[in-house]
Write a protein that binds this ligand. Sequence first.
Ligand SMILES: C[S@@+](CC[C@H](N)C(=O)[O-])C[C@H]1O[C@@H](n2cnc3c(N)ncnc32)[C@H](O)[C@@H]1O
Length: 297
Amino acid sequence: MLTCPVDRTPLSFDGSAFHCISSTGHNYPVINGIPRFVQSDNYVSSFSLEWNIHNKTQLDCFRDDAVSEKEFMTKTDFSPGDLRGKLILDAGVGAGRYTDIMSRWGAEVVGVDLSYAVEAAHKSFCDRENVMIVQGDISALPFRHGTFDAIISIGVLHHTPDTFRYFSYLVPFLKPGGSIAIWVYPNEGQFRVRKKWIPFTSRIPNSLFYAWCQWFIPITHRHASNPIIEALRPLFPWSDQGLGVEYDVLDTFDGYSPRYHGIHSREEVMAWFKEVGLIEVYSPNDCNTAVRGRLPG
Ligand SMILES: C[S@@+](CC[C@H](N)C(=O)[O-])C[C@H]1O[C@@H](n2cnc3c(N)ncnc32)[C@H](O)[C@@H]1O
């Protein structure tokens, strides 16, 4: 299924790199077992840091719970029977919490990410024969058009330079009749407040801001009912998911460190699906900006 993302021509493989068979001679090395279709992590260095520290924090298979599975089912409306034996693209795989679920359900999963999160995902899943991890950019994916039975992209597209444009890049990779399910940040509540902070917090060096989250979040846990902490929360909404300090450190860093932080309404997202020709567009489980649709065919 791999294709040169520049020329869209087939690739040959010599054991250490993929080579474009056209005369342009593009080469794509395989490093640490991962095909690399980008030369750096570009604008997503915060994700490279967070997913390599928190490579297991949100993975149900390591936590021994079903938090990510429930969230996946709520946001996509997919159940195990829908995906078993199907070829799925997890666009913006991160540490792979949804790849974990889909592959355990019996799907063949390709996880792609622009960041070095791919190192973490590859380490977690390299022993699963039905998972392949690739480092690549959604704006130039290294796959043949019409490859996937389904594409999921949860919590990703609002972190790109243009949420709609990056969504539209995904659609040609669906097989006719294939489904796509996405979730993007809603234009409401704490997402709006965080967006105001992003121009400042995303400029703080990643390791410094991460160290601050590691210091600050345990304080919010220890002094949850302190009036100063309570007064601060609406101004700077940190994560408080009830899943432990580690989860909240990750989620707070994740919420304030990325370069891009788009927020959108459900109507806007549903309109995008219709604009690119998708049918049977709906919002699963009435979950704010989670939207799913199908390519005709
Ligand atoms: C908040 S994380 C979500 C990861 C995963 N979907 C999850 O929910 O755990 C967003 C991910 O999108 C990736 N990403 C952002 N822009 C991308 C692009 N243009 N191409 C591929 N991945 C991208 C980031 O590197 C990051 O790992």
